[in-house]
Design a protein around this ligand. Structure first.
Ligand code: ADP
Ligand code: MG
Length: 324
């Protein structure tokens, strides 16, 4: 049973960045307006995620670490109508079998908090504690109990780059939440959380980007595409700065990526990669997010419409930009 749990955990928890992602997504699902992430040594020795979301009461904390326990789906048909980021109830169960965990949490309707310590996925200590409303999750000493897996972790630098990537994507996709990211005691990122897409991009990616991005915008009753595409001479050597968010969730969709790239290629023959940040809002029942274990690929049931709309939008904007 313990072995099976560890194998299953390995599919979700590959590296420190996987833990950071799952914990932040839980904070977002909990309705947080402020999320603070602190890591040490590439997240290998220490990860802390603190939020000011709804928090948990005592029963909920105990339930949270059990496999397939989720508060986010109550009936089967909810699976077709997913608004929250998590829905499998596997993340905390998995994380807690791969490292030492500590949780402090206080539900908004409770006047005191609770602290639990976990080892090998089990609560080993539980006590009342004074703490603000919201939740703090601490994950220490990743893979202390699976030395083979620990050996496969990369350098602190490589692991912290993976973490930064996760945080930047979540911060970009959630302009209404303020993110603060502390790496080895240094503040690396602080976003305003004021719901201003442009000032959010500015704080995550920097001024260079803002100056070279142009806004695109489309909406009708069942689809909205908002975002920014880069000037025709503002390229990168890889796809690292191409972002697609669907209902706030960062996704990969090679079809959409190729459509945008082809718009550029048809105007300027170049072998580099345009930059774009797209926010697609769509009826949740028109997407299937349940096709990939880390939930980064989705299927659209109206992919053709999205493809065509995006192609027209980008083509038109590029022609405007070029004629400037
Ligand atoms: P899922 O996100 O798929 O529901 P998780 O294992 O990530 O599964 O979390 C299990 C449950 O723990 C969640 O459904 C939620 O009820 C609770 N939970 C986890 N993190 C938080 C948090 N930061 N604030 C409030 N509740 C949380
Ligand atoms: Mg989750």
């Amino acid at each position: 049973e313990a072995t099976i749990a560890k194998i299953a955990a390995g599919e979700i928890i590959e590296r420190p960045a996987s833990i950071v992602k799952e914990l932040i997504e839980n904070s977002i699902d909990a309705g947080a307006s402020n999320i603070v992430i602190e890591i040490k040594n590439g997240g290998k020795t220490y990860i802390r995620v603190t939020d000011d979301g709804i928090g948990m009461n005592e029963d909920e904390v105990e339930f949270a670490f059990l496999r397939h326990s989720t508060s986010k789906i109550s009936v089967a048909e909810d699976l077709l109508n997913i608004h929250s980021l998590g829905f499998r109830g596997e993340a905390l169960a998995s994380i807690s079998t791969t490292c030492m965990m500590e949780t402090l949490t206080r539900n908004i309707s409770s006047n005191k908090g609770i602290r639990v310590f976990l080892e090998e996925g089990k609560i080993i200590k539980k006590e009342p504690i004074g703490c603000p409303e919201g939740t703090t999750m601490i994950a220490k000493d990743l893979f202390y109990n699976t030395p083979v897996r620990k050996k496969f972790l990369k350098s602190d630098l490589v692991e912290s780059n993976h973490i930064s990537d996760v945080i930047y994507k979540l911060a970009l996709g959630n302009p209404g939440i303020s993110f603060k990211y502390i790496k080895d005691s240094k503040v690396i990122l602080k976003t305003p959380g004021n719901n201003q897409v442009k000032s959010n991009i500015y704080s995550v990616l920097g001024k260079d980007f803002i100056d070279n991005l142009f806004e695109i915008s489309y909406y009708d009753s069942d689809l909205s595409i908002q975002g920014y595409i880069s000037k025709n001479d503002f390229y990168r050597g890889n796809r690292g700065h191409q972002y697609i968010f669907v209902n706030g969730r960062w996704i990969e969709n090679i079809e959409l990526t190729k459509i945008i790239e082809n718009c550029y290629k048809s105007l300027i023959p170049i072998n580099r990669f345009p930059i774009f940040i797209l926010f697609i809002e769509i009826e949740p029942s028109l997407i299937d997010v349940n096709i990939h274990p880390t939930k980064q690929e989705i299927k659209f049931s109206n992919q053709n419409k999205i493809n065509n709309t995006l192609k027209q939008l980008v083509n038109k904007k590029l022609k405007d930009i070029i004629s400037i």
